[in-house]
Design a protein around this ligand. Structure first.
Ligand SMILES: Cc1cc2nc3c(=O)[nH]c(=O)nc-3n(C[C@H](O)[C@H](O)[C@H](O)COP(=O)(O)OP(=O)(O)OC[C@H]3O[C@@H](n4cnc5c(N)ncnc54)[C@H](O)[C@@H]3O)c2cc1C
Length: 368
């Protein structure tokens, strides 16, 4: 019987197990992860941090029983082709999927610096952030504004240090709108947080300064490592039968993607490879961020290159168009725009920039 072992059981690893079963895989599936079950991360910085009853589980216990997927609560210490080992057990595997994610970078400061990736990190901050607590949050990505939103909601006095407008690559021009909102809601200092800062005025310092791919178990195995485990477009590593997906990997000629939807999409691609089925056309990457009461979303690439057009639709939606084809879109509080843009991109629907820009033309109509 074929046998797949998945190392790491968050969105990427879990999606392989779920996708294999949906596709009719009859072999054994084992997920190895130190957590007690498959946990999601995006709610940690928002709903979980400020709420009491947020379920992070990607599936119920009964799902694992019904789908005959074995969850092993353990940490993988090494693997080689066909073999995966924890400190106490060895697993044989025809297919090994590495989905170990990433770990947060930190800052060297003469003060304790908190990072934010796991439920344990969130629990610590939940107990520390509160009315009157002065918190400095350093970072220029999606996480810093999300943490700033939650910290403020918990009553803390928030200062964000960011050397540039956060997530400019993700939300394009709309990142400026999000930045303006942040400056209206919390104190923003437009530079890096360094040792030169008067740190005594902060009770807490949080670094949200990016992540490193968690490649430790791949070191010395012969896998190519270069800002992540290097894979081909089908997420195959250079060792037969070994795949890497999600935050831990990087497609050889592309930048590393550390967004939730990439975890899911890369898992889907590996499922097709294992099943020997033809993958569907690639869907454009979708990213979202909930900050200061706004729902920001982007699909595809939203920073135009030479000869591409940036089209504005009102104040809260932008599109990148090249030769009547939509390359990407970003929108704030406009879910319909993102849904329509995804359809236009995946189906290759020809777009007219003038109509896209015209808010009197229904966006849904343009997808027909
Ligand atoms: C607080 C927060 C908020 C986020 N918000 C957004 C958002 O709004 N939008 C968005 O697009 N993305 C967001 N992201 C990013 C998104 O969550 C990640 O891209 C996604 O979780 C990556 O999934 P993954 O499965 O590749 O890795 P991870 O989620 O990092 O999971 C890796 C898993 O591997 C396990 N593991 C590691 N080493 C081993 C080992 N040796 N043996 C066994 N198991 C191991 C870990 O325990 C973990 O469960 C957010 C991330 C965080 C932390």
């Amino acid at each position: 019987m074929p046998n797949t072992v998945i190392i790491g059981g968050s969105v990427a690893g879990f999606s392989v197990a779920a996708g294999l079963r949906d596709a009719g895989y009859t072999g054994a599936i084992t997920i190895i992860d130190p957590h007690e079950t498959a946990l999601d991360r995006p709610p940690l910085s928002t709903d979980y941090l400020v709420g009491d009853d947020v379920d992070l589980a990607l599936a119920s216990d009964s799902w694992f029983v019904e789908n005959n997927v074995t969850w092993v609560q353990d940490t993988v210490v090494r693997f080689s082709r066909g073999n995966v080992e924890t400190a106490s057990q060895t697993f044989q595997a025809d297919h090994i999927v590495i989905a170990t994610g990433a770990t947060p970078k930190t800052l060297e400061l003469p003060k304790p610096v908190y990072t934010f990736r796991t439920r344990a990190d969130a629990d610590v901050l939940r107990n520390s952030l509160g009315p009157g607590v002065c918190v400095a949050i350093a970072g220029g990505g999606l996480l810093a504004p999300e943490l700033a939103t939650s910290a403020q909601q918990l009553g803390a006095q928030v200062t964000v240090f960011t050397p540039h407008i956060p997530a400019g690559e993700v939300f394009g021009e709309l990142a400026e709108t999000l930045y303006t909102t942040m400056t209206q809601r919390v104190k923003v200092i437009p530079r890096r947080l360094t040792v030169d800062e008067d740190l005594d005025r902060f009770d807490l310092v949080i670094a949200a300064v990016g992540v490193e791919p968690a490649v430790q178990i791949a070191e010395g195995t012969g896998l190519i490592l270069d800002d992540g485990i290097v894979v081909d477009e089908a997420y195959r590593t250079n060792v037969a039968g070994v795949y890497a997906i999600g935050d831990v990997c990087r497609i050889h000629n592309q930048p590393r993607q550390d967004h939730w939807d990439h975890g899911r999409a890369s898992a889907t691609r590996v499922v097709h490879t294992i099943m020997g089925t033809e993958p569907p056309a690639r869907t454009p990457q979708w990213v979202w961020s909930d900050q200061f009461g706004h729902d920001a979303q982007a699909v595809g690439r939203v920073v135009p290159r030479a000869h591409e057009h940036l089209v504005h639709r009102g104040d809260n939606a932008i599109f990148v168009v090249s030769d009547q084809q939509l390359i990407g879109a970003a929108a704030i509080d406009e879910q319909l725009v993102i849904r329509a843009a995804t359809r236009m991109i995946t189906r290759g629907i020809a777009v007219d920039p003038e109509q896209l820009a015209d808010t009197s033309v229904s966006i849904r109509q343009l997808t027909r």
